[in-house]
Write a protein that binds this ligand. Structure first.
Ligand SMILES: CC(C)(COP(=O)(O)OP(=O)(O)OC[C@H]1O[C@@H](n2cnc3c(N)ncnc32)[C@H](O)[C@@H]1OP(=O)(O)O)[C@@H](O)C(=O)NCCC(=O)NCCS
Length: 210
């Protein structure tokens, strides 16, 4: 499909553009990125950012494989980060981990992924960006179940996912192979279209916090 724009008073999600390449390159130099993003090439080169923005993203929209948005402040064109929804859920992600409900709907399961540049974290932007993307994915009927996973210990991602309403389903090997071929222990969570979006109980204590 053609890329769609999503917006709220806080954030605007639109298509990553060639002008965003320097920011993508800059943000992806943060050493936590290769630790937490399974498929990020490392070292991350300018050519990787160019390929991502001008090649992968438009091709994945056109092929209905993965819908990726630039995350921007509603009042500025600057790229702050990226959020994406994969349909269907990538091979290896255990759609059955949520039990019968997810198994029954696995055909319309998706997975969500996101990151922000280091300077733009801590403002709750990704909770809002997830809300927009989830509303769109469920509202269009593209998916009725969305999976999230992160390397165990990625508290910022887990807290953002929990605040978006994801329900923790357990610890297990990452569904996606990391660049070294390993499947590190990962926290997993799920959200159904019919779930309310209040932060659920049941997450590891360190995610819930004090
Ligand atoms: C994951 C990410 C997008 C979350 O964005 P964010 O702006 O930090 O999210 P929030 O501001 O909503 O913060 C989420 C929570 O994590 C906490 N947090 C942020 N960084 C943290 C850290 N390094 N350690 C522990 N907690 C952290 C925040 O205090 C907040 O908790 P609170 O809501 O209880 O106050 C961002 O941290 C990021 O880009 N990380 C690197 C890439 C990544 O890990 N992507 C996800 C891969 S699964």
């Amino acid at each position: 499909m053609r890329p769609v724009e999503l917006a709220s008073p806080l954030v605007r999600l639109d298509t990553p553009q060639g002008a965003d390449v320097p920011r993508v390159f800059e943000y992806c130099q943060d050493p936590v990125m290769p630790e937490y993003l399974a498929r990020l090439p490392w070292p991350y080169r300018l050519a990787d950012a160019t390929d991502f923005v001008t090649g992968y993203v438009p091709a994945a929209w056109a092929g209905d494989q993965e819908y990726t948005w630039a995350v921007r402040d509603s009042a500025s064109p600057e790229l702050l980060g990226v959020i994406s929804l994969s349909v269907p859920v990538p091979a290896g992600v255990d759609a059955a981990s949520d039990g019968a409900a997810a198994s029954a709907s696995a055909v319309r399961s998706s997975s969500i992924g996101f990151w922000l540049g280091p300077a733009h974290r801590g403002r709750g932007l990704m909770v809002e960006a997830q809300r927009l993307v989830l509303d769109w994915g469920f509202g269009t009927g593209l998916c009725d179940t969305v999976h999230w996973e992160a390397v165990a210990g990625n508290l910022a991602s887990a807290r953002a996912a929990r605040k978006a309403g994801f329900r923790y389903t357990g610890l297990g090997p990452a569904g996606i192979a990391y660049r070294d071929g390993t499947h590190p222990p990962s926290w997993k969570a799920v959200l159904h279209a019919t779930d309310d979006r209040t932060a659920p109980a049941g997450w590891p204590a360190e995610v819930v916090g004090a």
